[in-house]
Design a protein around this ligand. Structure first.
Ligand SMILES: [Zn+2]
Ligand SMILES: [Zn+2]
Length: 259
């Protein structure tokens, strides 16, 4: 299976997991029009998208959900509280499906794990296909045991590297916003991401895709440098022990990671 990161930043998130015949979306945080354009670039027909899984109700994850469900009728999976919130805000025009233990779709088993973030019931996703697995883990202020259990042992992961601590501290955001981002229910810093990436690679993860980068408090070069430095300190070599990439804010070519 493949992971296509269509959109990934504080401005909008959507990841397609599957192949060119069938798969699922994790989040739909851009307009339906922009989502279609990105799928076109990746040569994924809209009919291949069988469901959308939502991590939480923040607009950078659900902005295009109404348009997507209206146009395609595909079901929306999430935690019951998140689904209630989306219904109350008139964001779902199709069937809402509560995730109990896991959902089985397109030859994949999709399960969720709770994350620590300022939303009603935020989660990340683990997607298993045969003997391999991947995970999408963004929008978390701290790494809990539940997160570790949810992502450990995956071969590929989209992992949040939201902000560089120095850029956030010295940047233009108001004090309250800085606090919100860096608190335990905010976002992961590059250093927190790096520490987690080292644990993952030690446990067999090959592909680390840095995602949900802040466009004001981070850059792909700074995030990649922080994570690769931590991995090198652990004795891991890029290309041999792991592959590191950065999900673009918006995809401009068909790039994917196979798991
Ligand atoms: Zn969020
Ligand atoms: Zn977000």
């Amino acid at each position: 299976m493949r992971i296509y990161s269509l959109f990934s930043s504080s401005k909008g998130n959507s990841i397609y997991i599957g192949d060119r015949t069938q798969g699922i979306l994790i989040d739909c945080g851009v307009s339906f029009k922009r989502l279609r354009q990105a799928l076109d670039i990746c040569e994924i027909p809209l009919s291949a998208v069988k469901a959308v899984f939502i991590t939480h109700e923040h607009s950078d994850h659900v902005k295009g959900l109404k348009g997507l469900t209206k146009a395609t009728g595909i079901p929306v999976y999430s935690h019951p509280l998140t689904l209630d919130e989306l219904y109350d805000n008139d964001m779902i025009c199709s069937q809402a499906m509560e995730i109990k233990d896991a959902a089985e779709l397109c030859g994949m088993r999709i399960s969720c794990f709770d994350t620590s973030h300022d939303a009603v019931s935020p989660c990340g996703y683990r997607i298993e296909c045969g003997s391999s697995a991947c995970a999408v883990c963004t929008d978390l202020g701290t790494v809990t045991d539940e997160v570790l259990t949810g992502i450990m042992g995956v071969s590929a992961i989209v992992l949040e590297a939201n902000y560089d601590e120095y850029m956030l501290r010295t940047g233009p955001y108001p004090f309250e916003t800085k606090q919100r981002i860096s608190c335990g229910i905010g976002h992961l810093s590059n250093d927190q991401c790096a520490e987690l990436a080292a644990k993952l690679v030690r446990n067999g993860t090959n592909d680390i895709i840095l995602g949900h980068l802040s466009q004001n408090n981070n850059t792909p070069a700074i995030a990649s440098a922080a994570v690769s430095a931590a991995l090198e300190r652990e004795g891991f070599t890029a290309g041999r022990d792991y592959m590191l990439s950065c999900a673009p804010a918006e995809c401009t070519e068909a790039v994917y990671v196979t798991f």
